[in-house]
Design a protein around this ligand. Structure first.
Ligand code: 6PG
Length: 472
């Protein structure tokens, strides 16, 4: 029997769909799952009649693969991934390639690349985005790690990936944990945009008194615009239109307001803090999930802490797409991407990843959760200036900021006067206002630090480090 081109470990939804995708693209496959019954039921069900076989043991799995072996692991991040690596390593040979397609912490990937390379195996940490549907039909993939062995998997990944006008949504990202780092930042941006759309919904519902269907109509309108056309706006419309089969009401209104998270948003923010990158919009979205999770405290606080009643300020009209809210959504989305891209740029320098910013924007244009028309603009901005420090100063984006800042400002002010939290909108406003302010009040912070701790300060008029005897 001829050997299979490709092996998959872990038959969760993502794993199943990725192997079906590979097989559909002409790569015969072998699958392994810790519990063999799962493998059997997959082979009897979705995997039947296809060039996919199953393996009962890791030894059997490895034996069924052609060399160099190309093995994709779709298992839980952390200890489960280490356990699979440990289990399979004794059966691997020089040049074989292990790919981790889960959402691993990038430092774990750094470690694994080093360990596996020292055994002369290849290791790729690959971010995969697009959810279950993307995995089956064409995800966006962010592989980083051993460059040489990437060559052996490139033809397969290029066929499996989502396709956009300028190619497949996959490219070699860089060494070490860079692929997982880029996926982590992708998810930070994803958190931001999800929260931004939730804030827009909240204002339309509570200030505008609009129904789910009416808000969905606005999403539909926004999705036709160059600035907001995106997968997340598209699915927001779908979510808002969906009715509950139990009571016929909007399902969204039946869902408990506590948002979960699996860690990538947190890792984005931790990395940003460590690297000195400013990501307030992304951080606000993470914190909004944390606040949402303390539901019982919020219910109690609601009974004792007073605030203003809702004021029906001007949030715009439906026939012009609720333009001030649209301004807030556009600028906050731009800020999420700008902050994510800046974090990538800083990390690339710090970790020597040599990230290709236009390529990253390109592979996010299809298949992934944050795909959007804005990414064309982002790609163009970085093509024009690869070392661009911040998207906000690139010509098209600065025009957007100048045009939409008054709208964002009115929304944040109105929300504050109505006592409605808009963490991403207000963080974005502060971010932009800080970024466009040549002189901030940190001169006073420096004075205080020098006053109590002789930390010294720099002066505006001459070079050097200075200290004042403040308390004499
Ligand atoms: C993707 C997603 C996916 C992620 C979920 C859940 O790009 O397909 O980012 O990888 O796991 O969106 O993330 P949270 O549970 O942390 O929201």
């Amino acid at each position: 029997m001829s050997k299979a081109h490709f092996g998959l470990i872990g038959l969760g939804v993502m794993g199943e769909n990725l192997v079906l995708n590979a097989e559909r693209n002409g790569f015969s496959s072998v699958v392994y799952n810790r519990t063999y019954s799962k493998t059997e039921s997959f082979l009897r069900g979705r995997g039947s009649g296809k060039s996919i076989s199953g393996a009962k043991s890791l030894q059997d799995f490895v034996d069924k693969l052609e060399r160099p072996r190309r093995i994709l692991m779709m298992v839980k991040a952390g200890a489960a991934t280490d356990a699979v690596i440990k289990g399979i390593s004794p059966f691997l040979e020089d040049g074989d390639l292990l790919i981790d397609g889960g959402n691993a912490e990038f430092r774990d990937t750094e470690r694994r690349v080093q360990e596996l390379e020292s055994k002369r195996f290849g290791y790729i940490g690959m971010g995969v985005s697009g959810g279950a549907k993307g995995a089956l039909e064409g995800p966006s993939m962010m592989p980083g790690g051993t460059k040489n062995s990437y060559v052996s998997i490139e033809p397969l990944l290029s066929k499996m990936a989502a396709q956009v006008d300028d190619g497949p949504c996959v490219t070699y990202i860089g060494p070490g944990g860079s692929g997982h780092f880029v996926k982590t930042v992708h998810n930070g941006i994803e958190y931001g945009i999800e929260q931004i759309l939730a804030e827009a919904y909240d204002l339309m519902k509570r200030v505008g008194g609009m129904s789910g269907n009416q808000i969905a109509d606005i999403m539909s309108f926004w999705n036709k615009t160059d600035e907001l056309n995106s997968y997340l706006v598209e699915i927001t419309e779908t979510c808002l239109r969906t009715k509950d089969p139990i009571n016929g009401e909007d399902v969204v209104e039946q869902i408990l307001d506590k948002a979960g998270q699996k860690g990538t948003g947190l890792w984005t923010v931790l990395s940003a803090l460590e690297l000195g990158a400013s990501v307030p919009t992304i951080y606000a979205s993470l914190n909004a999930r944390v606040m949402s999770s303390i539901k019982s405290q919020r219910l109690f606080a609601e009974t004792i802490l007073e605030g203003p009643n809702i004021k029906h300020f001007d949030i715009g009209k439906s026939d012009d797409g609720m333009s001030p809210i649209m301004d807030a959504v556009v600028l906050s989305s731009i800020a999420s991407y700008a902050q994510g891209m800046e974090l990538l740029r800083i990390a690339s320098n710090e970790y020597n990843y040599k990230l290709n910013m236009p390529s990253i924007a390109r592979i996010w244009k299809g298949g992934c959760i944050i795909r959007s028309r804005l990414l064309n603009r982002i790609q163009e901005a970085f093509q024009a200036e690869p070392q661009l420090t911040n998207l906000l100063i690139s010509p098209w984006f600065s025009e957007e900021v100048n045009k939409r800042l008054p709208g964002l400002t009115r929304i944040v002010a109105g929300a504050a006067e109505s006592g409605i939290p808009v963490p991403c909108f207000s963080s974005t406003l502060d971010y932009i206002n800080s970024y466009r302010t040549g002189r901030l009040p940190q001169n006073l912070v420096q004075a205080m630090r020098d006053c109590f701790g002789s930390h010294t300060y720099e002066r505006i008029d001459k070079e050097g480090s200075f200290h004042t005897e403040w308390l004499k």
